[in-house]
Write a protein of this length. Sequence first.
Length: 458
Amino acid sequence: MKKNNFKSIILLLSIGTILSCSKKEETTEEVLNSTALVYEGNTPRSRLADNEDRFYTNRIPSTELVSNLNGNCNPLDSAILNNEIDSLSTEGGGIIKIKQGSYCLRDIVLRSNIHLKIDPEATIQPDLSGDIRNKNITIFVLGEDFPIRNVAITNLNEDSKNRSTWFKSNIPEGNYGGVKFIEFGNVKNFKLSGLYLTDSNSKFSNIVLNLPASLKTDEVSKKGIIKNVFMTNMHVGYGVIQMQTGKTILCKNISGEGGITMRVETGAAGTNMVNEKTVDDIVVRDINVKNGDAAMNFSPHRVDQGRVDVERVVAINSTHAVQIAAGFLDNNTDGVENIGTFDNRSYVGDITVTGGYGAQIKSKDFKYYDCEKRKELIETCYNPDGESVTDTSIGVIRDNSSLESGCENGSDGGCYEIIIGSINKTNENFVVDSLFTRPSNAVKGCPKIEKPAEGNCN
């Protein structure tokens, strides 16, 4: 991402004048005193198409039944719903409607040709009955142990952007290891839409695309849509979507408060000891974050991944809008011996970022603050997620994958360039002045300060 590849335009709204940096060289101070900073960025020669019919085709029969769930968190409901899914799938498939009520579910195994349509007055929670100490819980399981085709979980009006029509989910606090709302393994032709989820800083992202139990890279989920999703109260280390695997998938109108809204972070993909891409042809549109870490994260870990195309990113009072991490050898001792990348035709553009107080700041990012502020952050008590403190946005894009960032692995892997499109920086409430937060922005020479013992923080 070379600086001379970007044209910058300073919008001086007070006089209604637009000045191009190709005509006038702007100093950093002048940029920061502007009402808004707009970078034109680059436009790739080709883009990945985002028409929905490229990703999902409704092939589910119109046969319809209303589920006989008890509601009121009856622990028998998981078995009832699984039996209804099995029976209808065996008969060729159809639609199961879940009416209004409160349902506590766990390990709901979807099967081919089934569409769950959920009432906007229904609330889905994890079933926390029994001995769940330190156990990980998944509400909906798709394609983990066997492949499935033509499936959907949606609200009744499955294409409505109106959140009042979306079904609800709630992840309460509990003595469990972590909770996932849904996990995709080997699934072809799927749709998830119309979900409003309230979390409690629980461990794990709530929508996860992962390798199936077979760990075969040719059995990852393909052709699907995830859209119209809002989640709040997210853990800084997780977020809305974690895409370890997936090919030809559209993620659209996805919003989160806290955490990272969408992680294309593929650490688990390297566990099968081969360097075979598990992510490719991923299209992201309208991805938003507020009071979190970032809207979009790229991190290939050990595997050379494919192409990702992202447009219309909004970040408000968050650490960054976009994070682009170089590949690296993670702590997975069974991982393939490779340092991963993303396809250099990958793109992220039309980024609008507003800085301010409210960002979830992780300790690894304290280095960008001056020594006095860094001491204050270290001595501050963690948020309920146990990993972040709340403070001011750091920057627009955190980059350590480009050569300009200082990435040096070169032909050995790890370094790659994401094409950056337009950026609209609406204010100056950021720790780092420049658009790109890179290792060179770290403040050097601060004395080492230990985190106070629990109960002694501020």
